[in-house]
Ligand binder design. Structure first.
Ligand code: PEP
Ligand code: MN
Length: 346
């Protein structure tokens, strides 16, 4: 339910609406607008009767919101969300590129790759310290030590760090070191984890589940938003389809679909979608053309020795060349690569 206040409503009338929502044991969200104020309501399990509110003083209209993802949808918030990460703004016109190895392997490896992606113009550094692996015998990540190595790489390069949080047990550690907490595809519907991440004060990148529909994905984002964390962005990373020519099927179709339904920024991870180095750049270029706000790309300078996802990692030189292509494509579309936000802007 969305309650639209009259443009000349009084503070007292708005307070009365909020009090009525609370009395129904529901949660009001005040949404300031250009013309007037609206109040979104969450917490109701069934439809609310608009007559509860539309006869109240100062109320212009009470309208039902058809989408179950109220806070993630555009009914409650029309304007695009812009997520601040360090000096950069994700979700604005500037294209943001996150790059780095699949996993943090050692201090030298992390520093070498961090320097290389920084030189090529990446805006943020990625690297998994806690790795969700299909096989329990595969490298599981360096854990807390990996977080410390990421922090060291951030200190040297100035790049904000994006890293995965696997479970509630490691959440406090990951939140201490990361600038952005990544929820991996396999955890998209780990609702207990999402609820906790909704209560932290750091941005969360929510990857699409292995075969999640758009509605399921946005409902997971709703868990984060409904707990109070507004700094959320989405990452399409390919879904399981019947094709067997690639690791996953990159659903670029979902980029304009997300932008239509939701105000949350969306980036694309072509590396996990295609799984093969040679196909990463073409799909990265296509993602920018499709309107993604950013990209996440795996880069490794010694992919043959990588402990995880070597076959899909770009060599730093190829990553640098891709960055030039991306700038050209963004430019052709009237966009740009992200640059540090000016103080007070965005
Ligand atoms: C990753 O980004 O390292 C990762 C494991 O990705 P996904 O969750 O998309 O498989
Ligand atoms: Mn990976």
């Amino acid at each position: 339910m969305l309650i639209l206040m009259q443009s000349e409503h009084t503070k007292k009338q708005l307070e009365a609406v909020l009090a009525k929502v609370r009395a129904l044991k529901l949660k009001p969200h005040v949404i300031p607008g250009k013309q007037s104020v609206a109040v979104g309501i969450t917490g109701n399990s069934g439809a609310l009767d608009p007559h509860l509110f539309d006869s109240m003083e100062g109320v212009r209209e009470a309208v039902r919101v058809s989408k179950p993802y109220k806070l993630a949808g555009r009914d409650f918030q029309h304007a695009d969300t812009v997520v601040p990460v360090g000096k950069f703004r994700l979700g604005g016109p500037g294209l943001v590129v996150i790059a780095g190895p699949c996993a943090v392997e050692s201090e030298e490896q992390m520093l070498r790759i961090a320097r290389a992606v920084k030189k090529a113009g990446a805006h943020m550094l990625r690297g998994g310290a806690f790795k969700p692996r299909t096989s329990p015998y595969a490298f599981q990540g360096l854990g807390k030590k990996g977080l410390q190595l990421l922090a060291a790489a951030r200190k040297e390069t100035g790049l904000p760090v994006v890293t995965e949080v696997l479970d509630q047990r490691s959440l406090a550690d990951v939140a201490e070191y990361a600038d952005v907490l990544q929820v991996g595809a396999r955890n998209m519907q780990n609702f207990a984890l999402l609820k906790e991440l909704g209560q932290i004060k750091k941005p969360v990148m929510l990857k699409r589940g292995l075969s999640a529909t758009l509605d399921e994905w946005l409902m997971s984002a709703e868990y984060l938003l409904s707990e109070g964390n507004k700094d959320v962005f989405l990452c399409e990373r390919g879904i399981r389809a019947f094709s067997d020519h690639a690791r996953n099927t990159l659903d670029l179709n979902v980029v304009p679909a997300v932008k239509e339904l939701s105000h949350l920024p969306i980036i694309v991870d072509p590396s996990h979608a295609v799984g093969v180095r040679a196909r990463v750049a073409p799909m990265a270029r296509a993602a920018v053309a499709a309107g993604a706000h950013g990209l996440m790309i795996e880069v490794h300078d010694r992919p043959d020795q990588a402990l995880c996802d070597g076959p899909q990692a770009l060599h730093p030189d190829d990553f640098a060349s891709l960055m030039r292509d991306l700038a050209a494509i963004a430019g052709a579309l009237g966009r740009d690569m992200a640059s540090p936000a000016l103080k007070g802007r965005g």
